[in-house]
Write a protein that binds this ligand. Structure first.
Ligand code: TXA
Ligand code: MG
Length: 326
């Protein structure tokens, strides 16, 4: 991670004040940020990403003190979670305050709020927020349906910087620590539910709230990350349980692989690239997207990934892999 460059932060605030777009490093993935109360600026986000306008954006705020500017009928649970996990990789869905634009929330009556912990994101949001708790709308800084960016170069390669690219300013704050998008918990309904898995696990939420936090059902608010084919590389991904067997099955194809290499004696000649399975869920999340980018670039016909084990801590990794393979 690079030290915060205060001059770059000031330049970014100027861009935001003029309805421009800034790529902002966060601890999860890079976000494509605009003033969340500026309809013209928010429309540019949807255009740059090629994202349907019915998919709501989340708003990045300085912390708990900004909650009641953005939301109403806030349940006690929101404060419990904000105090425990903010700043950090958790997005909370609440009933939106009346002034929050339908053009931001995809016409839903709720809004997603998140306070990121990355020092660059914190510096930018703080410098921009001012007295009125302004916030930054920011989806992941990738073209709709592509893998999320975990370093500035990913954003450069995909959306690009003006005049040739689409983003007014790309801030380079180094590699993202967490590596997958924030956990999303819905508190706008009767009971808390998880809409997207991330580094804050179900057991951490249940421990904080003292109740069960199941996955959201069919009638939960829409989450674009819940589309089956989200986060997909352009090369086809196949998830496997048995690596030697898969290598035999696809022996006639050029392969890129992420799996435990101790399961085989030697790497077959048709394997162009091999990454070993990271040991912990945190390490796996951290490098998952960067590796999918690399595997995608290897020139293979298929990407073979060994499915990691089950269990609470692995949910986010399994979820993103399943979507990458859909
Ligand atoms: O870690 C993250 O959350 C990153 C960084 C940049 O903060 N942002 C991110 O944004 O992943 P995005 O737009 O790619 O994903 C946010 C998800 C979307 O799937 C969206 O549908 C959902 O949050 N979302 C936003 N507002 C919502 C709402 N009111 N109700 C339900 N889902 C909502
Ligand atoms: Mg996204």
């Amino acid at each position: 991670m690079f030290e915060v460059d205060e001059r770059a932060i000031r330049a970014a605030v100027d861009v935001l004040e003029c309805s421009g777009l800034v790529a902002m490093p966060t601890e999860t993935v890079y976000g494509l940020a605009a003033n969340a109360e500026d309809e013209k600026a928010v429309k540019k986000i949807f255009e740059a990403k090629n994202r349907p306008t019915t998919h709501p954006l989340i708003v990045h705020i300085t912390g708990e003190e900004a909650l009641d500017h953005w939301a109403k009928n806030i349940p006690q649970n929101a404060y419990v979670l904000a105090r425990r996990f903010w700043p950090g990789p958790l997005t909370i869905i609440l009933k939106k305050a009346d002034h929050v634009g339908d053009w931001l929330t995809g016409n839903q009556d709720s809004v997603g709020l998140r306070c990121p912990s990355h020092p660059w994101a914190r510096a930018l949001i703080k410098a921009f927020a001012g007295k009125h708790h302004r916030g930054l709308a920011a989806p992941s800084a990738n073209t709709f349906g592509r893998i999320s960016p975990t370093c500035a170069q990913h954003v450069m390669d995909d959306l690009g910087q003006k005049p040739k690219g689409k983003v007014d300013l790309i801030l380079d704050g180094g590699e993202c620590d967490v590596g997958v998008e924030s956990t999303i918990v819905n508190l706008s309904g009767e009971k808390p539910e998880i809409l997207r898995h991330g580094a804050i696990t179900r057991s951490m939420l249940e421990d904080a709230l003292g109740c069960a936090v199941p996955d959201g059902g069919q009638d939960s608010p829409r989450v674009s990350g819940s589309l089956k084919s989200h986060y997909a590389p352009s090369t086809k991904v196949v998830l496997v349980d048995n690596v030697p067997e898969a290598l035999a099955t696809y022996g006639d194809k050029k392969l890129a692989v992420m799996a435990d290499s101790t399961t085989i004696e030697a790497t077959p000649a048709n394997v162009l690239k091999w990454f070993d399975t990271p040991n912990s869920p945190q390490q796996y999340m951290h490098c998952l997207y960067a590796r999918l980018h690399e595997l995608d670039k290897a020139g293979a016909e298929l990407i073979i990934v060994e499915m990691p084990q089950q269990g609470d801590a692995w949910e986010a990794v399994r979820d993103r892999l399943t979507r990458a393979a859909a």
